[in-house]
Design a protein around this ligand. Structure first.
Ligand code: FNR
Length: 423
């Protein structure tokens, strides 16, 4: 083995030791380490992660207010310290050994940027257009369920932040706040993410309800036909010694009580996972609604092609933030083949591991029309509520503008594939 190989091996052993440390676990930090990955851990190379050496960042003081954050990772530390362990575990978890969660970050590290000099970047145009609507930023709030686990204001805080900062928001099927209230807080209809239950009448009821609320787009999540193996959330649960039964009734009851399932034929958890889902469902969905239909969870050229054949209006390249299958592949690595298969016919969005303006820039260069963030705004929400989400959005927008200026790319639409290379 080379010296470098030895170094990596001993660093990994050291990390494994730290990851098993009860001290870090009790601080809610082992998952932070897992997601941060080993590459930047105390390494001088950095890794597009937190600005400080990763150990300093993890063990340092959490920020005391949203205004003090320098990057989105500052909110991660703060959320880990403020949230009950079980709730933080739900936020942080990937699946199995979390290879996919790590791959979502590491994929960005294999891409480098190719700047152009002597370009006037005084004025920037960061506008992107989705289904005829202009958004002044391509950064979108991904759907995330049960946000009351992170803050009492839950999805309303996210909606108010999205409104204040003028971002598109996608609301989860399993929102802890009804769609009508979220639309009210957002000030305009949000997109609605649909989990396909095994009961069509439930789907129909959801469609009617979100249509009535004015939602223009339904994003069907297709990557969760069965439960995934989320070990980290289970480990965190074991650290939580609170009596959770006061807030969490039995799973079937909890499922039926979700605001969007109330009054529907939903019976419980068994209905939630639509393991019989096929492309027929997509055709049925298209026939059942006038909303635009976007598929969330597409990661291959084969499925992208089938999206076109089935009249899908848009794609979100996603592996559910490393919470569905343990593919070991980052979404940024899946993006080029999806873009190639789609050939510009429909808009492509992407999520998974976006933490920096440079990450956003790389996805735009590879052909994405917009990118979604999940955990970063949830860290902001968990740490400080609405001001936390707003600051996360501010930081990412500022970082994107910085990289656009320094890359000599003043317009978002002008960011093409020649701006990136692969190591
Ligand atoms: C999610 N995600 C998700 N996706 C979805 O389609 N419906 C949902 O209800 C949820 N819920 C959810 C909760 C939490 C706590 C997380 C972290 C994620 C996945 C989400 O939409 C998105 O795909 C990922 O979060 C993107 O990856 P990052 O940004 O978290 O790395």
């Amino acid at each position: 083995m080379t010296d470098h190989g030895e170094q990596l091996r001993s660093r990994r052993a050291f990390l494994r030791f730290l990851a098993g440390s009860p001290l870090l676990a009790s601080l809610g930090l082992t998952a932070c380490m897992r997601e941060t990955g080993t590459a930047g851990f105390g390494a001088s190379t950095g890794s597009g992660q937190g600005g400080a050496g990763a150990l300093d960042g993890l063990l340092g003081e959490a920020i005391s207010s949203a205004a003090r954050a320098l990057d989105v990772f500052d909110f991660k530390t703060a959320a880990a310290q403020r949230l009950p362990p079980a709730h933080y575990g739900y936020l942080a978890t990937g699946v199995d050994g979390e290879a996919t969660l790590r791959a979502n970050r590491e994929g960005f590290e294999r891409l480098f940027l190719r700047p152009r000099r002597l370009v006037d970047v005084t004025e920037l145009d960061t506008t992107t257009t989705l289904f005829g609507v202009d958004w002044e930023t391509p950064i979108v709030l991904a759907p995330a369920g049960s946000q009351r686990a992170f803050h009492p204001d839950a999805e309303l805080a996210s909606a108010r932040a999205a409104r204040a900062k003028r971002h598109l928001q996608i609301l989860s099927t399993v929102t802890s706040t009804p769609v009508e209230d979220v639309v009210d807080a957002r000030g305009e209809p949000v997109w609605y993410q649909l989990y396909p239950t095994s009961r069509w009448p439930v789907t129909q009821a959801l469609l009617r309800r979100v249509e009535d609320a004015g939602c223009p787009v339904v994003a069907l999540t297709v990557d969760m036909p069965a439960p995934s193996n989320r070990e980290t959330v289970e480990r965190y649960r074991r650290l939580d010694d609170r009596d959770c039964t006061a807030c969490h009734p039995a799973p079937d009851v909890a499922m039926r009580n979700k605001p969007m399932y109330r009054g529907t034929e939903m019976t419980g958890v068994a209905d939630f996972f639509a393991s019989g889902l096929t492309w027929d469902f997509v055709a049925r969905l298209r026939d059942a609604t006038d909303m635009k239909v976007v598929l969330k969870g597409i990661v291959t050229r084969e499925d992208a092609g089938r999206c076109l054949e089935n009249g899908v209006d848009g794609i979100i390249v996603s592996n559910h933030g490393g919470r569905a299958e343990e593919s070991g592949r980052g979404t940024i690595e899946s993006l080029p083949e999806v873009v190639e298969a789609v050939g510009g016919a429909i808009p492509i969005m992407i999520d998974g591991g976006f933490r920096r303006g440079t990450d956003v820039f790389k996805a735009l260069a590879l052909g994405a029309n917009a990118i979604c963030i999940g955990r970063p705004y949830l860290w902001g929400l968990g740490a400080f509520g609405q001001p936390g989400v707003e600051k996360v959005l501010d930081i990412l927008r500022a970082e994107l503008e910085t990289v656009m200026r320094l890359m000599g790319a003043p317009t978002l639409k002008g960011i093409g594939s020649s701006f990136v290379g692969e190591t």
